[in-house]
Each structure stands twice: as C-alpha cells, then as structure tokens.
Write a protein that binds this ligand. Structure first.
Ligand SMILES: [Zn+2]
Length: 323
C-alpha cells in the first residue's frame, strides 16, 4: 500500500493548505481517480490522430496536473492517478510528485490501446512496461490498473489473467452499465472478485460509482456524463452508495479540466462528448469534493475494499468453453 505523505506547501500561496480529510476506517469509502493522458490520446481521436502523429501536438499534461494537484490540496482530497506509461516516460517527475503529495499512482497501461486491439501477449507487454516504469519513478508498488476506455469487458475477459500475472492487486476497469462501446451491465455495482473465465485467476475489482434507479445502473461516476449532466446526479449516486455501504469511486480525465486545449479533428459526436462542459468542470468537481467528506486513494482503503469483496464473492466474465 502506498504511504500517505504530508501535504506540500500550497504553490498558489492561498492561506493554509487543507489537512487531508481522509476517511476514518469504517466510514463511507469515497475515492477520486484521474486518468493521466494527453488530450490527443483519447479514443475518440484514434482514427484521426494516429500514434505516429502524437508528437505533432503540444503536450498539456504539466499545466493541468498543477491545476488538479492544487484543487486536491485546497480540498484536502487524496486521489488515485492512473498514469499512462507514455505520459510518465515523457514527464518522468510527475508520478513521483503525486506520491510526494500523498496521492496514489496506478497504471493506465502504456499506449492507451483498447484491449480489443491487443492480444494477451501485447497486453502483457503494455501493462508490465508501464507498471515497471511507474515503480521505478515512484519507488513504490503500483497496485492498481484501469484499462483504456473501460475496455475490460466480456470480449476481453482474457485480460484478467494478464493483470493477475502482472501482480496488480486491484483492477478498476469494469463499468457495470449498458453502453455500446463498453460495460458489463450484469457485473456487481460494489467491490468483488473478478474472474475472466470460470476457475481462472481472479483479481479484486473496484467498479466506478453508479446510481441505481428503477433496476438500472446509471453511470454517474464522471467523464462525459459528469460534464454533460447535472452535478446533482453524481451527488445522489454518492449518497445512495454510502447508504448502501458501497464505495463511491469517481473518475475524471486530466484534459477535462483544460478548456483551452487545441481542438482535434473529431466527428460531431466526438466533439460534443469531448468538448462540452470543460469550462465548468473544475468548479463542478470542487463542489462535489466539498459536499462530501473523506476523499481517499483507492489504495488507502484497500483492506476495507477487500473485505467488502469477500462478502460479495466472485463474478466471472465468461464461461469456460465446453470441451
Ligand atoms: Zn484513458
């Protein structure tokens, strides 16, 4: 488990840095997570901005990380940062800085390929390379993984074996919602043990927040839903999760707090999903953070999350094919 370092002085010079409002054991588990990737590495641009053109676009990671770290410092929030390996490679001090400020560093893989485009062998290279890099940079164990674009699904069930072999303690990739590009709507909405195939290796799964309404899980954990829909939906989801003893795990992308980033050649759907609500995202996140107490890293509450998973049991993505 990553240790929680004391908060660093506030780089903006605002009055007094907030003390970490970390949860007391037994209290509601609330975690914010940030996927640390460049604005031009998003899935919506996969067809129009290929990897060979990434160097053509200016990096915006550094300035937005400052903005987020400052927000977390002012609100006493400790967060989990899922770093993309290619970003950590180009900005080798960022992961260490997060750890020094009391945050957790986890893995978002190396190159932001949806698992559907990988094989077990290429995924193994992708995740082990990123894990090793982040551990070298931070000097601590990387416990968690989140797949690009929630791409650990029934179609990529083989990925669970790869993650378990690579030594991850938890995965945070399975969104228990119905969506054309991702999601496993039948998966539990609380921590559980995930198996790819019956009898295979298992890993602790920490799903993002959903709001249960009329027998459906609504995706209220962050991302485009957060920017496009009223913030009150996320708050209702957090309240319901606490009342039901479920963790409330939120997710955001670093670029969502950067309204001035260069615009990519996206189709209309991509433009709406990517560029709507950017200007109000920071104030919206701050409002949510200040409305609830006890924001901690996922790793910081992992023992309690494991105990919840033990009572929830095992969920298997695929049945083993008949011999
Ligand atoms: Zn991502």
């Amino acid at each position: 488990m990553l240790s929680q370092a004391p908060a660093a002085p506030d780089p903006t010079g605002s009055p007094t840095p907030a003390a970490p409002r970390t949860n007391t054991p037994g209290g509601p588990i609330r975690c914010v997570s940030i996927d640390v990737e460049e604005y031009f590495q998003i899935e919506a641009a996969h067809q129009t901005v290929g990897r060979e053109h990434w160097d053509d676009w200016p990096s915006r990671v550094r300035r937005n990380m400052d903005l987020l770290l400052d927000l977390f410092d002012r609100t006493g929030c400790r967060a989990t940062f899922f770093f993309l390996g290619s970003v950590a490679e180009r900005h080798p001090d960022l992961a260490r800085r997060c750890v020094d400020l009391g945050h957790e560093v986890a893995s978002h893989g190396s190159m932001h390929d949806r698992l559907h485009r990988l094989t077990p062998e290429t995924m193994r290279q992708d995740v082990t390379g990123c894990k090793r890099l982040l551990e070298d940079q931070t000097g601590g164990a990387v416990l968690g993984y989140r797949s690009p674009s929630w791409s650990l699904t029934r179609d990529t069930a083989w990925g669970v074996e790869v993650l378990a072999e690579a030594g991850f303690k938890y995965d945070a990739s399975v969104y228990p919602v119905r969506h054309p590009a991702y999601g496993v709507p039948e998966a539990p909405d609380r921590p559980y043990y995930l198996c790819g195939v019956e009898g295979g290796a298992r890993i602790l799964e920490v799903p993002p927040l959903t709001w249960r309404v009329m027998s459906r899980n609504l995706p209220v954990a962050g991302g485009g839903y957060f920017r496009l829909l009223p913030k009150s939906l996320m708050m209702r989801g957090l309240s319901q999760a606490a009342a039901q003893g479920r963790p409330g795990v939120l997710y955001f992308h670093r670029w969502e707090f950067d309204p001035d980033m260069p615009r990519l050649p996206l189709n209309l759907t991509g433009r709406v999903r990517t560029y709507t609500g950017l200007r109000s995202a920071r104030a919206g996140l701050e409002k949510v953070l200040r409305s609830f107490d006890g924001w901690s890293t996922i790793g910081g509450r992992l023992n309690e999350i494991e105990r919840l998973a033990e009572s929830a049991g095992v969920f298997t993505l695929r049945r083993r094919a008949a011999a």
